[in-house]
Design a protein around this ligand. Sequence first.
Ligand code: SF4
Length: 500
Amino acid sequence: MSRTITLPAMPTRADALGYFRFDRLSEGRMVLTNDAGEWQVLADSDFRRFVAGEIKADDPLFGALQEKGFIREDLDAEAIATRVRRKKRFLGQGPHLHVVITTLRCNQSCKYCHASRTDMDRVDTDMSIETAKGVVDLAMQSTSPYLNFEYTGGEPTVNMPALKFVVEYSREKNRYEGKSLDHSVVTNMTYMTEEIAEYLIANNIWVCTSLDGTQAVHDWNRSWGGPGSKAGAYSSVLKWIKYFNRRYVENGLDPELYHVDALMTTTRKSFADWKALVDLYIELGIRNIHIRALNPFGFATKTWKMIGYTADEFLAFYEQVLDYIIELNLSGVQIMEGTAATLLKKILTPDDPNFVDIRSPIGSGTGQLAYSYDGTIYPSDEGRMVAGMGDDFFAIGEVGKSSYADIANHPTVRALALSSITDGLPGCSTCWNAPYCGVRPLHNYMNFGDLFAQRPLTPKCREHMTLSRLLIRRLDEDSDGRIEAMFRRWVIDRPRPPSE
Ligand code: SF4
């Protein structure tokens, strides 16, 4: 992908301009951004007048450009600095996401499994209560005032004793810590029972599942019953989504806040069924569809020829889905796309959502930690996935032996931060998308063998750049403000009461 744009020679007045980055947005349109996350689209002719310092106080564009910090005249550097500080508020917080791998055992065998699952008889890959206690003791030392214990695996509900122990022990410890605690479980729903479901509901544990699309797609991606099995998980997932959503309502809980969330992983098989996928989510009352690309971890690396695709194929699929979701919203249906909502929060609000996978620096080690079943600590679940492929490069400690300071100051955590701070990376530091982007060093490591890689050649760069451009284009083409109003609804935080 070429990122070079050729501009005709034009007079510039650097002393009249604030600090900004720019690029072509679309035919005849340029986009400017700055560190405070401000952006402005200009027609080519206005862009030329802008860089020549010809946009003066009586120009209709002056007010917006000056207020956003793109024009030097009366530039309020303190106000801009305050906005940048607010965007980067997460930097001082410490890890809030604590991923607990309660087991590697799983009753499914998904074609793209990133988690290096083991068979159901491998009880040696269950987390012990002693390790679970060490996880809580370490996680509660995080400087973050908010913690989310996220249970994953394998299939995390296969080891309910460890899950329950973390829930109950963390709540007990929190009587003295006073943090805000959440718990969430990422389950395939095929090991679910009423007993487990009622425990999760009664304990206010968020439930997130995988739903890849129609029955044909979901069951092809996510076979259930071991390698070679013809059984599918689709009917079980639907049954339990409906069960949870019904029980939330029966318990008097607001369905806007209490409902099952779902993640969708894209394989080649997804492409033809994109419309049916969105229709299915709507039919099930799921308001947030999170379209995810395949990651270069686990089984996906072995099955890539069967399930994989190019970045361009994924992005064309994504654009179709996004535009259909926009069309539905404009006709009164409420549904949003998860990655778009994360980027829009950065684009349209003064805040950063602190989503650990799309921020600068990446959240690995500084925003999240992952605890494998055996107590090995990683800066993120992806580090554990790399280890599952036989490479323990990202291990940063051991529960019960490493102190919180050992983990927080670990050279690998520093290296991950250094390799993902967009302000310091060649190519990123001058990229218009830097305020909204997040570099993924572990993806770079898997795809190219080093943490830094050549960002413009990486799939994640292409993905983040294309998605941001797509969203700002839709805003630029929005003649009556309806798209912006819809996008602003997507970024409203509707926090549930903490799990405790
Ligand atoms: S990784 Fe992000 S910030 Fe860096 S060049 Fe790509 S889009 Fe720009």
